[in-house]
Design a protein around this ligand. Structure first.
Ligand SMILES: Cc1cc2nc3c(=O)[nH]c(=O)nc-3n(C[C@H](O)[C@H](O)[C@H](O)COP(=O)(O)O)c2cc1C
Length: 128
């Protein structure tokens, strides 16, 4: 069965935040994940210092309804759709909204380059 994958970028609209950004994200993610699981919408949300990227995937009617809610949310603006296409599979299967915080001052969810590369660089050479 084909799914729609819609990806957009938007700018955080700071005056519309009622709480700190961390708190807004935490509260919204809980709510978003509950709604998305009922709607069958999976995807990912990436936060940078001033922007948001989001991938929404699922049956087109569900993605369309979700995207309409996204568009109405005043906490972001300048929304640009980057892609909107049909695919044969989901990229974020069973993940109602993966979250990745890429703000500069935030603790990265991913190990740094050195943390990844160090064990490789220091591992003994494999003898053949
Ligand atoms: C960056 C961003 C991502 C969002 N993603 C979703 C989503 O995946 N699913 C959804 O139903 N609503 C999504 N929304 C819409 C809001 O969560 C929705 O308007 C919600 O009802 C707001 O309620 P709240 O103020 O309690 O968080 C998103 C909004 C923003 C700003």
């Amino acid at each position: 069965m084909s799914v729609t994958q819609l990806c957009y970028r938007s700018r955080i609209h700071w005056p519309a935040l009622r709480h700190s950004l961390d708190e807004e994200v935490e509260r919204s993610l809980t709510r978003i994940r509950r709604i998305n699981s009922m709607a069958g919408v999976t995807g990912a949300l990436i936060l940078t210092d001033n922007h948001v990227f989001q991938l929404l995937e699922g049956p087109w009617p569900s993605v369309k309804r979700t995207f309409e809610c996204v568009l109405e949310d005043r906490r972001h603006s300048d929304l640009t759709v980057l892609s909107n296409e049909e695919q044969d599979f989901r990229l974020f299967h069973n993940c109602w909204m993966h979250f990745c915080d890429l703000r500069e001052e935030a603790d990265s969810h991913y190990p740094s380059f050195s943390a990844i590369s160090l064990p490789i660089l220091t591992a003994p050479a494999v003898k053949r």
